[in-house]
Design a protein around this ligand. Structure first.
Ligand SMILES: Nc1ncnc2c1ncn2[C@@H]1O[C@H](COP(=O)(O)OP(=O)(O)OP(=O)(O)O)[C@@H](O)[C@H]1O
Length: 280
């Protein structure tokens, strides 16, 4: 699936919210979209899901089965949770038995099995969100679009949705998501795209966001030990500063002590771009 020169504005004379978007969504991949509030993330996701059409450019290769979960779920329908899911499953091409079985399974997975016969309007916000997510997963979509879909879910259901996302990509589906929590599926996306000033640009790797780091300073040694685990090393006179992930600290301390260094300080902090500028 591909965006080619896609632009979108609201109203014929409105400002362009997005312009010249060129984005690939290959089968079997997880794609994250980031960006500040109001930059156009939801607009991009609605375009991807086909709920909104580009004002210019085109989107090709969208899978026939596409599902979308918004942050807020319109629950004012006179149906029970199960009735609603079966109805949507039928619309998505499932036979009634399969729709009923899968609806029950997804409600159970998200811890909402007890609400299957509850009317949508009587569900709490969290339970409504579980129904919204179940609705999107029912028919194993080739494209799953999640716009802050974790909001309002309890921890168990959030983990279950993470797992469902992994299952979708493993089965060859595409998953496109926005979430305010930078730890959501951290390290798992195949691509991260950022929306800013109407443009959508790709990061090749997910930028570390406030990642915890250990900073070790040492003196009185001679050479920098070889083969330090992935670390940024800065030499400043006879002082060495090593910055790395906390999981690497034992190995780094051992290597420095073995090489005759004296450890002065060890502190933890968050990742800063300064660390990158001193990459050894
Ligand atoms: N239906 C609409 N009519 C007019 N303007 C809209 C409409 N939907 C969005 N916009 C405008 O388009 C811009 C991008 O909105 P969008 O909701 O896509 O951003 P977002 O990055 O998802 O924001 P947030 O992080 O706050 O959810 C905003 O300036 C918004 O006011």
């Amino acid at each position: 699936m591909r965006f080619e020169g896609v632009g979108r504005r609201y109203g014929p004379r409105g400002p362009w919210v997005l312009r010249e978007v060129g984005m690939d969504l290959p089968a079997g991949t997880l794609t994250r979209v980031t960006g500040a509030n109001g930059t156009g993330k939801s607009t991009l996701l609605r375009l991807a899901a086909g709920l909104d059409a580009p004002g210019e450019g085109r989107i090709t290769g969208r899978p026939a089965r596409t599902a979308y979960v918004p942050e807020r779920f319109p629950a004012a329908l006179p149906l029970t949770a199960l009735g609603y899911l079966v109805h949507l499953g039928r619309i998505q091409g499932l036979d009634r038995r399969t729709a009923r079985r899968r609806a029950g399974e997804w409600l159970e997975r998200f811890g909402a099995g007890g609400y299957r016969d509850t009317r949508l309007g009587e569900l709490s916000k969290g339970s409504s969100q579980k129904v919204a997510v179940a609705q999107a997963l029912l028919a194993a979509p080739g494209l799953l679009v999640l716009d802050e879909a974790w909001t309002g879910l309890d921890t168990g259901a959030r983990n279950e949705l993470d797992q469902a996302v992994r299952e979708r990509t493993a089965a060859g589906g595409r998953v496109l998501f926005v979430d305010h929590d930078p730890r959501r599926l951290a390290g798992e996306p195949d691509a991260v795209w950022t929306v800013a000033a109407g443009r959508v640009t790709r990061f090749d790797v997910e930028p570390p966001v406030a990642e915890l780091r250990v900073h070790i300073t040492a003196t009185a040694g001679t050479g920098v030990p070889e083969g330090l685990p992935t670390a940024y090393v800065r030499r400043d006179g006879d002082r060495l500063t090593v910055t790395a992930a906390p999981s690497a600290s034992d190995a780094i301390l051992r290597a420095l002590l073995d090489a005759g260094w004296h450890i002065d300080t060890l502190r933890t902090g968050t990742h800063t771009t300064d660390d990158e500028s001193v990459r050894a």
